[in-house]
Write a protein that binds this ligand. Structure first.
Ligand code: KG4
Ligand code: ZN
Length: 350
């Protein structure tokens, strides 16, 4: 079965054709980084407008690269939750138009579940496993038993991991998007120059599977402003070497938190496989720390990282996950709507 997937939940427009949930026939992404860079962050209205300008041409491109015509498709799938409301609306309207014109079933897909599915799409034999999703808007741990069958085990209480990278990058004067810029800057620094906190003052790392990055972000802010009394004042001037040390020390702390929580989840849930997804999963230091800590903690533990193109936002993971709903005979009606807020409840069986 061939599914055309569309993605427009944040600042990447994506279209992809995936066969039987696993063979990527095409996967095209139009990034909006250049449009948002002057503003230092994603501007929702700018994102929605750019999606509207690009999405149908991108769908044509995905079909052309896949070597198929609309007639060959079995369904049109689209991310309808969670994300920026205006951005989601563009994708859902485009998917409805195409599905109606081509007389195909329409499927609405959860963006976080699609990130979880990226490990399956990458060809790994993962089930059952712990999935760590670390993106610009979400930081969650799930127990995953099958495609789309997941149970929330932990999530962030404040900032998402990618958001923390982006905000600290901004504090350090690095350009948008902050995560990759911070990782580049960190590569020249000493990761142990500053020992940033890994957990709250009265906490031990294994106490909870929930995350919190606000303390770490504040610690970087204070370091840059010469302590709590420097709040609101100009940051201290940093040499390039000091900035690299600060970036590397922050990255080390953030990555260690993510790895330790994931290993705790594997131990608590008695699972010997973990997969990582979302934009922050592109981080090389995160991948290294995972490999070394996992081997030391649990020699049998397998850790899977999809290739970077399947970690950042893309429509292939949307089309791939939709195949499993389609195979069960499911489809959504024309009343399919967007839902910008993530589900906080346990999500089993969808
Ligand atoms: O999954 P994604 O593409 O979009 C969302 O669904 O949010 O993730 C984007 C996030 C951004 O916060 C970006 O700064 C971060 O992933 N990111 C990184 C790296 N590459 C992207 N963070 C740290 N290191 C990287 N190499
Ligand atoms: Zn995402």
């Amino acid at each position: 079965m061939l599914v055309l997937g569309l993605e427009s939940s944040c600042d990447e427009t994506g279209a992809a054709v995936v066969e039987d949930g696993r063979t990527i026939r095409s996967n095209v992404v139009a990034t909006q980084h250049d449009l948002h860079r002057p503003f230092g962050g994603v501007v929702p209205e700018v994102a929605a407008r750019a999606h509207a300008e690009r999405i149908t041409a991108l769908a044509d491109e995905a079909l052309a690269q896949a070597g198929c015509s609309p007639r060959d498709l079995d369904a049109v799938a689209v991310v309808n939750r969670p994300g920026l409301v205006g951005a989601l609306l563009v994708g859902v309207a485009a998917a409805k138009g195409l599905a109606l014109a081509w007389n195909k079933p329409l499927l609405g897909i959860d963006h976080i579940e699609a990130h979880v599915y990226a490990a399956h799409l990458a060809g790994f034999e993962v089930y059952p496993h712990v999935s760590l999703i670390v993106s610009g808007g979400h930081t969650c741990l799930y127990r995953v038993d099958a495609p789309g069958s997941l149970e929330l085990a932990g999530q962030t209480r404040d900032d998402a991991a990618g958001e923390a990278f982006d905000k600290v990058a901004k504090l350090l004067g690095l350009p948008f998007p902050g995560g990759p810029a911070l990782a580049r800057c960190a590569s020249a620094g000493n990761a142990h120059a500053i020992e940033f906190p890994r957990c709250g003052p009265n906490e031990k790392p294994g106490d909870t599977l929930d995350f919190s990055f606000s303390g770490l972000k504040t610690a970087v802010y204070y370091k840059l402003h010469g302590g709590a009394r420097g709040k609101g004042k100009e940051p201290v001037a940093l040499s390039e070497a000091q900035r690299a040390d600060m970036a590397a020390s922050f990255q080390e702390a953030a990555c260690e938190i993510l790895v330790e929580k994931t290993l705790s989840a594997c131990a608590r849930l008695k699972l010997d496989a973990a997969a990582v997804g979302g934009g922050v999963a592109c981080n090389k230091r995160l991948r290294e720390i995972f490999q070394t800590r996992a081997e030391a903690a649990q020699p049998k533990l397998r850790v899977f990282f999809p290739p970077p193109a399947l970690c950042t936002d893309n429509a292939a993971m949307t089309a791939g996950l939709a195949y499993h709903r389609l195979a069960r005979g499911e489809a959504d009606g024309w009343e399919l709507d967007v839902d910008p807020t993530p589900k906080r409840r346990k999500v089993r069986g969808k």
